[in-house]
Design a protein around this ligand. Structure first.
Ligand code: UDP
Length: 336
């Protein structure tokens, strides 16, 4: 948590009704920031937005609406989460991703420059690396996305670099690894139906919402043969955004690209074991072939964020991540 009691301006969170955005809204509010949210509610949930935030239903590509919000709400920084996030969908419908993630980001960045916004924090992704030559992967290693999702995000990083060189705005692109878990206080969580991400799928299975979990590949060159990923607790990730904002304010001439992960990995089997342990229920496992484009192992070198900001992992324990995901999933079940 940042020590800043309240900021000199308000922060606009795009996609603040979504999974990660709603956690960032809570982190900002809890730290004393004034927060505005813009979300078109296509995938987000109105009730995920804390009541202390000012909510605007609409699209980030609506330049008149965004200009109005920037001026009326006194916005000095934008945290930009709005976008599309499903990798296989990006392969099937690439233009949707180049519209929602690239073209709409371009419009938003232009609105930010025109509106005098000084700081921009962007939700980027480890998918910008594609299949890395070595792990843990560092920010200065090659970016070779293997799907339109990763490319749509990398293109926005490129725009931000050029814009920050030309205009009085600095930015931080945060490259997320595998985000999971939910608010430790149970205020928000991952609510999207039809999830494909492992921890979400596994907690649904443990709570009887699906019959089994497919294990995509058991012949990877990893200790137990299943894929290894760097799972980061969504509350730690939200906290990283607060520290990124403080860093951008403190050094207005510097921009940053930073991995968000813990630098350690867990295999699919380790995740399933954790979910069984924390739920007390067993999960039916079905072995499936590898999923196209999945690397064996993907973990973050997080030296840069540790050196650049005071951010430190607080909820890195896999069982903690899983326990919070389970608690949220139970709450969703009560609502269904
Ligand atoms: N995975 C799996 N079964 C699932 C979902 C994912 O075995 O139902 C594996 C996947 O192959 C990868 C890891 O779990 O090794 C994490 O996948 P996820 O889709 O959660 O995130 P990704 O790393 O692809 O962004």
């Amino acid at each position: 948590m940042t020590s800043r009691a309240s900021g000199p301006f308000a922060v606009l969170v795009t996609g603040g009704a979504g999974y990660i955005g709603s956690h960032a809204v809570l982190a900002l509010l809890d730290a004393g920031w004034k927060v505005s949210v813009i979300d078109n509610l296509v995938t987000g949930f109105r009730e995920a937005v804390d009541r202390r935030a000012r909510f605007h239903e609409g699209d980030i590509a609506d330049e008149a609406l965004v200009a109005h919000i920037l001026a009326e709400d006194g916005i000095g920084a934008i945290m930009h989460f709005a976008g599309s996030v499903v990798v296989p969908e990006s392969v099937a419908d690439p233009l949707k991703y180049y519209r929602n993630n690239t073209a709409n980001s371009r419009t938003l960045i232009e609105s930010a420059v025109r509106g005098g916004v000084r700081h921009f924090i962007f939700s980027s992704t480890a998918a910008t690396y594609g299949i890395p030559d070595e792990i843990p992967v560092r920010e200065d290693m090659p970016t070779r996305p293997i799907n339109p999702y990763g490319m749509s995000k990398l293109m926005t990083e490129a725009m931000l670099a050029d814009v920050a060189a030309a205009h009085p705005i600095n930015y931080c692109a945060l490259r997320y690894f595998n985000v999971a878990g939910a608010d430790p206080q149970g205020r928000t969580g991952q609510s999207t139906a039809g999830a494909t991400h492992l921890i979400k799928v596994a907690v649904e299975a443990a709570l009887g919402k699906r019959s089994e979990v497919a294990i995509f590949g058991t012949d990877y060159s990893t200790p137990d043969g299943t894929g290894v990923r760097d799972y980061i607790h969504v509350a730690d990730l939200a906290d990283a955004h607060l520290h990124a904002l403080d860093t951008l304010i403190a050094l207005p001439d510097r921009s940053h690209i930073m991995n968000c992960g813990y630098g350690r990995g867990y295999s699919v089997l380790e995740v399933l074991d954790s979910v069984e342990r924390m739920s007390g229920n067993s999960i039916v496992r079905r072995m499936e072939p590898r999923r196209a484009g999945d690397p064996d192992a993907l973990t973050a070198d997080n030296a840069r964020i540790l050196a650049t900001t005071p951010w430190r992992p607080r909820l890195a324990d896999l069982d903690t991540i899983v326990a919070h995901a389970l608690a949220w999933e139970r709450k969703l079940g009560e609502r269904d």
